[in-house]
Design a protein around this ligand. Sequence first.
Ligand code: M6R
Length: 475
Amino acid sequence: MGADLTTAMQRVCKQLDGAFTLVAVACDDPDRVVAARRNSPLVIGLGADETFLASDVAAFIEHTRDAVELGQDQVVTITRSGFEVTDFAGNPAEGKRFHVDWDIAAAEKAGYDYFMLKEIAEQPKAIADTLLGRYTAAGRLQLDEMRLSDEELRAIDKIIIIACGTAFHAGLVAKYAIEHWTRIPCEVELASEFRYRDPIVDRDTMVIAISQSGETMDTLMALRHARDQRAKVLAISNTNGSTIPRASDAVLYTHAGPEIAVASTKAFLTQIVACYLIALYLAQVRGTMFGDEIGAIVDELEQTPAAVAKVLATVEPVRVVARELRDAPAVLFLGRHVGYPVALEGALKLKELAYMHAEGFAAGELKHGPIALVEEGVPVFVVVPPQGRGQLHEKMVSNIQEVRARGARTIVLAEEGDEAVAPYADQLVTLPSVPTLLQPLVATVPLQVFACEMATAKGHDVDQPRNLAKSVTVE
Ligand code: M6R
């Protein structure tokens, strides 16, 4: 009877198209579980006297760290005595065994009320771990997992970043650094849109696919489209052995540790760092920057964990503002240059966690429409670039004045010692001084804390917001 269930699963799967993960149990043989997958992840957790099925190891990590990843078009039959894998035709097959090397404590809340709070607090370590071992004593960047040759990297004439949600925002930030440091044109595209616009891609295009989970179906499909056209695909992922890195030509792993909360936090900061490492590596290989210039930026990157820790230590006033604004109907976020994607990310966090109307705008666009939204009392977050960026900074100060003159309540994120913004800030959130391109690494943190506190104040489940999943394995 059990064998019949396996056969039935194989036959059904052969007739199906698209992406699916199926699990079946027969009521007259409850000791047998049969599961199958195509284009959608499925991992088996091997415990002492128990076996688990999940789309991600995080679901069973507290029970076992031994796992088997089911391959494409495979069926697994689990019984009390073990498991067997076949393909859809019934031929014996093998999944890929692996051991999860995360610390179990890393996947638990460690005393925090929510995973999100813990993950926000882990950001300094996540950045430091992602940077670890990348820069040699001889002053060279080395990216061990980069399987693309120097020759291939020198031939690249265009970069396209594809990603979704928060990872897309990391790509938007990265574009500024990539173009500045490598002089290679860089586009950033939502993975879900990429293949529908007939993108111009060839063997000299490098496509960077950013995905924390490594399982996002939109990103996977977009990168397959790029590879079909011979582009070199480089994945940035936080999940070892996940589908997107395996489907790519090369990978750079972020070392953020498991991210359990649906709202992405430490993944965002480490994705930016990973993109920056790739940009600097390209600059090194192609000779668009001198070694000491690269070294100076790596040095600054290495100081960001301390800067993020400083933000975390001083972020309490943001929580107070969140509680005060609990009943605000909408919140706006403004930024320029790399502050623009930070504004988008601040708004996304608030939408997904607090279910509030929130919008991020490029501050220069205000006058082209969005300023009509500003009325008495509307909270407006403003991400101000460092003062060293003369014009950019000045323009941002005028934007704060514009919204304030129309009654906005301004919450201004600006670097320490920025006297120019103080008179126009209802609430001033001070950020440590860092170079402009690194500012997103510190400026995003108060916005994450704000969204988390707002969701808590409204009584929402911070880690599991409604309608959302951590890994989005459907298109
Ligand atoms: O795993 P990925 O990085 O590919 O996920 C992409 C998005 O689904 C993800 O960033 C989503 O937007 C987050 N929930 C935002 O906090």
